[in-house]
Design a protein around this ligand. Structure first.
Ligand SMILES: N=CN[C@@H](CCC(=O)O)C(=O)O
Ligand SMILES: [Zn+2]
Length: 416
């Protein structure tokens, strides 16, 4: 599997990758490339050193080894910007309950849903969580993912949230992939705090978050703002705590109802608001003003057989960047294909193909604050790109359940 070998043992990608074609809007060339012209990507010491037409490759790069590009289509490494990849167990029985007519909210209110995964996650050791998450990550990486967000939120106590975040860090090291870890302690009310929501949020803000941040385990902070989770006031309290620690924020916003969480998050400078099926005009305006990314999660929409689509036309008209992610989790989106999500963003939500491809690269990188290093092929950046055996970028969103045999350069190494 692609990440079972330590990154350092994989062959370096240094050299001239040619000939390749470059997907439009996914690169910044150092010399103008005519549409469809064969190009070259130069990697030196693990970084992209030059991009341009083969014909004008600077002599200084000619000494580098040559890698066969076979005319393949080059895109940046994919970015999966919203996952809950580390957890114990699975929830297939809830799938059966929903098919029989129960709703996600009803299952959650009856003590299932997120809380059933909390029980399974707490029961697992750190090594067990790692062993369960690793094959999931490997599947995503095999499809070209080069950066991924992993949230906590199935521990809901200091010791158990720490365990999830530590596994996220270990996965990044083990697989040589950029992992952004997001603290989602305010994902659900743990059973031992039933009826004491404010006390739990106080614990999250004054104890759990500062301790985990001090251990270097937190890159961003998220909240599930919803009628089955946390209120607007509780959400804002977590945002204040995050900002005091200088941590960026994100929000699970307007998934099942309009809580006006997106507007609140945007006012706090959120990197992203995610789900957003019930997003209001007010929320869109605030996101536009703040430059907040809308992260679309068609896997959850599909799995929960939702009928309310995110307001794509209004987001597009406002110029709010739209990212697309798997939302991999055992309840609402047990999905391990970002390309399938690009397909569904088109078919279910009405994104254009270029929008969907920007959604799993450039805009997804921005949703993680990684816009300067990921999501675009450009000189000076770490070498993260994929060479696809297709002629047309539309093929990436077109095939259903097919994993193209691609060449993957991740963190300057040939990973596949
Ligand atoms: N909506 C909240 N959190 C997850 C689902 C978590 C679960 O059901 O386990 C989501 O993003 O869809
Ligand atoms: Zn989520």
């Amino acid at each position: 599997m692609p990440c079972s070998a330590p990154l350092a043992t994989l062959p370096p990608a240094d050299g001239c990758w040619q000939p390749v074609t470059l997907a439009p809007d996914m690169y910044q060339a150092d010399a103008a490339i005519d549409a469809g012209a064969l190009a070259c990507i130069v990697v030196d010491q693990g970084r992209i050193a030059w991009i341009g037409p083969q014909a004008v490759l600077p002599a200084c790069h000619a000494r580098l080894p040559r890698h066969e590009g076979r005319g393949r289509l080059a895109t940046p490494g994919l970015v999966d910007c919203h996952t809950h990849l580390v957890y114990g167990g699975q929830r297939a029985h809830e799938f059966a309950l929903r098919i029989a007519g129960a709703s996600y909210e009803e299952i959650a209110r009856a003590g299932g849903g997120i809380l059933s995964t909390v029980a399974a996650t707490r029961a697992a050791s750190e090594d067990e969580l790692l062993a369960q998450a690793l094959p999931r990550l490997q599947q995503l990486l095999a499809e070209g993912v080069c950066a991924i967000e992993i949230k906590s939120g199935y521990g809901l106590s200091l010791v158990h949230e720490r365990r999830q975040l530590r596994v996220a860090r270990r996965l990044g090291q083990l697989c040589g992939v950029t992992v952004r870890s997001t603290f989602l302690g305010a994902h659900a009310l743990p059973p031992e705090y039933a009826g004491r929501s404010q006390a739990y949020i106080d614990l999250v803000c004054s104890h759990m978050l500062p301790a985990l941040a001090a251990e270097g385990l937190v890159d961003a902070v998220d909240v599930f703002c919803e009628r089955i989770a946390f209120s607007l006031a509780e959400t804002e309290q977590v945002f204040h705590a995050a900002r005091q620690l200088g941590l960026p924020i994100k929000l699970h916003a307007e998934q099942l109802s309009n809580m006006e969480g997106a507007a609140l998050a945007a006012r706090h400078g959120a990197l992203s608001c995610d789900h957003v099926e019930h997003l209001s005009a007010n929320g869109i305006a605030a996101m536009r003003a703040a430059g907040t990314v809308a992260v679309l999660l068609p896997g959850a929409f599909y799995t929960l057989r939702d009928t309310r689509r995110p307001p794509i036309a209004a987001l597009r008209a406002a110029g709010v960047p739209m990212a697309v992610s798997t939302d991999h989790n055992p309840g609402s989106s047990p999905c391990l294909s970002l390309l399938l999500m690009a397909n569904m963003a088109c078919t279910l939500f009405g994104l254009t193909v270029p929008e969907a491809l920007a959604g799993i690269t450039r805009h997804a990188a921005r949703a993680l604050g990684l816009q300067d290093t990921h999501g675009l092929i450009a000189s000076g950046r770490p070498a993260n790109f994929v060479l696809w055996p297709v002629q047309d970028g539309a093929e990436l969103a077109y095939w259903l359940g097919q994993r193209p045999a691609c060449t993957i350069v991740r963190q300057g190494r040939i990973a596949a």
